[in-house]
Design a protein around this ligand. Structure first.
Ligand code: ADP
Ligand code: MG
Length: 282
């Protein structure tokens, strides 16, 4: 049986803005912290608009030829540098076919690779050595996502490139919406108390004075899954949170802060109900 489609919760304003901008052939950059729903929003909009797209996921080792395409060496040996020996990369393919280029995590790509996009977005053509000029068909545009600059493993995006994009910032959603997301993803099979507890702990990591970067709804979903599978809440949080938060100072003990967040109890009954599972672990 097919998995039920994960429906988007809230975000009506952002959905509308992104749809409108794409329909108007604008390049859009969606910026927000990890797990805020950037990729999800883009996929939802491209699907709703029924637009063909090429997706690439930026990483620090992404190369120029991976983006544009490359000459296939065995073919070149046979035929020389003929156009038929060129394997289109996602950029060239999107330009030739008038598709959307969806670049997930734009600022994880090296700057030199990002810069290839400039003429493509601006003048709607690029020139590839030994191949020549590629023109973009109508419909070609770039929709990209990125984490804010202070995140690790990001490269700077040049002012020139930013100047080609309309910007759509995504912020964390309200408590009610985050509860709804968690509830949908667990298909109503989890107690409201657990949903609330996980979402509240994760939201608390975003406001903690010792934490530079808090966790996303993904962390809440992980906590819920672990607790629902029989784990004690503290144990689940100690597993789900450390990889998803960043401390302001490396001297701070992340695990201790997580323990404190779990024990600051707004739902003390919840812990009592869960206590039999604690003892069963020995
Ligand atoms: N508004 C939303 N409605 C439903 N699910 C959401 C929403 N926002 C985020 N999610 C879920 O949260 C998780 C993280 O979303 P994702 O798009 O991968 O984040 P990002 O790309 O910003 O890191 C995914 O499991 C996604 O399905
Ligand atoms: Mg993403």
């Amino acid at each position: 049986m097919a998995k039920p489609k994960n429906k988007i919760v809230g975000r009506q304003k952002e959905l509308k803005a992104l749809k409108r901008a794409v329909s108007l052939n604008r390049n859009v950059l969606i910026e927000g912290p990890v797990g805020v729903g950037k990729t999800f929003l883009v996929r939802e909009v491209l699907e709703e608009l029924d637009r063909d797209f090429e997706r690439i996921d930026g990483d620090t080792r992404y190369t120029e030829s991976k983006l544009t395409g490359w000459f296939d060496p065995p073919l070149v040996l046979k035929k020389g540098y003929a156009a038929s020996c060129f394997i289109d990369g996602p950029l060239v393919s999107a330009m030739k076919k008038g598709k959307i280029l969806f670049i997930n995590e734009l600022n994880r790509m090296p700057e030199a690779v990002q810069n290839i996009l400039l003429p493509a977005m601006d003048e709607r053509h690029i020139t590839i050595p030994k191949l020549g000029r590629i023109d973009a068909k109508p419909g070609f545009l770039v929709v990209a996502t990125q984490n804010p600059r202070e995140f690790t493993a990001t490269h700077a995006v040049s002012e020139a490139l930013l100047d080609r994009f309309e910007m759509l910032p995504l912020h964390y959603q309200s408590r009610e919406e985050e509860l709804q997301i968690a509830s949908h993803q667990t298909q109503g099979k989890v107690s409201t108390e657990l949903l609330e507890r996980a979402v509240d702990i994760v939201r608390a990591t975003r406001n903690h004075p010792s934490i530079k970067r808090g966790a996303s709804i993904r962390a809440a979903l992980a906590i819920i899954t672990l607790v629902n599978g029989g784990m004690d809440l503290e144990e689940a949080c100690l597993m789900a949170l450390p990889s998803r938060i960043e401390m302001i100072s490396s001297d701070e003990d992340a695990l201790q802060i997580i323990r404190e967040l779990v024990s600051t109890d707004t739902f003390s009954e919840f812990k009592e109900k869960k206590s039999p599972q604690k003892s069963s672990r020995g």
